[in-house]
Design a protein around this ligand. Structure first.
Ligand SMILES: Nc1ncnc2c1ncn2[C@@H]1O[C@H](COP(=O)(O)OP(=O)(O)O)[C@@H](O)[C@H]1O
Ligand SMILES: [Mg+2]
Length: 338
């Protein structure tokens, strides 16, 4: 049995993907779930949100030969020669939350993944192409086995390239963070067809390998819903503009992502909106400074006065989002004892 992988995906940058993975990972672990977070963005922002600089320095030190399996890239690198995937050495964030760190070097793996994509449809030996294309999923599953994880959360970069295609074929559930603006709606129109194409292309490849020598991801990429992020610009823009774009999201999501026809006579219900997240303003830099989720800030961190009410609101917002996600992906809220 594989552990479910959930990816927050949108090919637009600065929408709040990394921040969502960070906060939802923390919240799920507080709720008793065992979580593995994996940083598949070569920018490694999730990794630097979780880990202090002195730890990063050691993880990323090119001269440190003792550490050869501490980032995703280090674990896949032997594939580009004659080796196999390395078992990842994870970082404990709390007793129920472990991170497979990212690494800027991962960018160099993009071309390699891209070259292997057609080979999985070939008639030659399929072992290597499938090993390479499913490598992120294999690493995430190893980390999940090490920690008896209930769920894996993946963070990805803002593009539709080969790294993200590999991340998504290893994804069971997709949550799409969106802002209420024209760019987000346009992006949404590309996102749905891209996910469908990747799903179909992966399924063709899997069908081409009659006797797989190791488990492969299903590549189901089930749309779980979207999270509406309030942008900072929203604070200075007229409420009307925000409402206009926000009102168009349910229909565009249904058409593009769910591939369902819409009718002008049927008003789409907003059932796919998992949460509307506020802009947390000054709590964000305060939390980043101490590498904590916003909802764990204390008076000692500077969350005093009206900030402490905002911290409680953030706790309720992320709790509701985590509950909505668990419900949508059919993971019981009550954790089994491990
Ligand atoms: N709900 C929020 N309130 C305030 N700032 C946010 C919120 N979500 C994200 N941010 C900030 O917006 C910026 C982009 O977020 P990030 O999660 O890095 O986006 P992405 O991963 O999509 O590029 C970061 O500086 C982050 O701290
Ligand atoms: Mg990011």
């Amino acid at each position: 049995m594989s552990v479910p992988v959930l990816t927050f995906f949108n090919h637009k940058s600065d929408i709040g993907k990394t921040s969502l993975v960070f906060h939802v990972a923390w919240m799920l672990s507080e709720m008793g779930k065992r979580v593995v977070a994996i940083d598949l963005d070569p920018q490694a922002n999730l990794t630097s949100a979780f880990l202090p600089e002195d730890v990063l320095e050691v993880l990323w030190d090119p001269d440190n030969t003792a550490q050869r399996n501490t980032t995703v890239y280090q674990c896949v690198r032997p594939l580009s020669e004659v080796g196999d995937i390395l078992e990842p050495k994870t970082q404990a964030i709390n007793p129920r939350l472990h991170l497979v760190p990212g690494d800027l070097g991962l960018a160099g793996f993009e071309d390699f993944l891209s070259q292997e994509w057609p080979n999985a449809l070939g008639s030659g030996s399929l072992y290597r192409p499938f090993r390479i294309l499913s490598s992120f999923w294999q690493i995430a599953q190893s980390a999940a086995r090490q920690h008896s994880a209930d769920i894996i959360l993946a963070d990805v970069g803002p593009n539709l390239g080969a790294i993200n295609r590999s991340a998504l074929i290893g994804t069971d559930h997709v949550v799409i963070p969106l802002a209420a603006d024209l760019f987000s709606l346009q992006g949404l129109r590309n996102l749905g067809p891209t996910l469908r194409a990747w799903r179909a292309d992966w399924s063709k490849r899997v069908d081409n390998w009659t006797n797989p020598a190791f488990p492969l991801p299903a590549g189901s990429m089930q749309p779980t819903g979207y999270v509406l992020m309030q942008r900072i610009e929203r604070l200075s823009r007229p409420v009307m503009a925000y409402q206009k774009w926000a009102a168009r999201i349910p229909e565009t999501y249904r058409q593009s992502v769910l591939n369902q026809p819409t009718s002008p006579r049927v008003q789409p219900i907003d059932g796919d909106c998992l949460a509307r997240l506020k802009h947390y303003r000054s709590l964000v830099p305060m939390a980043q400074e101490v590498r904590k989720p916003i909802f764990q800030l204390t008076t000692a961190d500077g969350a005093i006065g009206s900030h402490s009410a905002a911290v409680r609101d953030a706790w309720s917002d992320f709790r509701a989002l985590a509950v909505a996600i668990l419900e949508r992906i059919n993971l019981p809220e009550e954790s089994q004892a491990h």
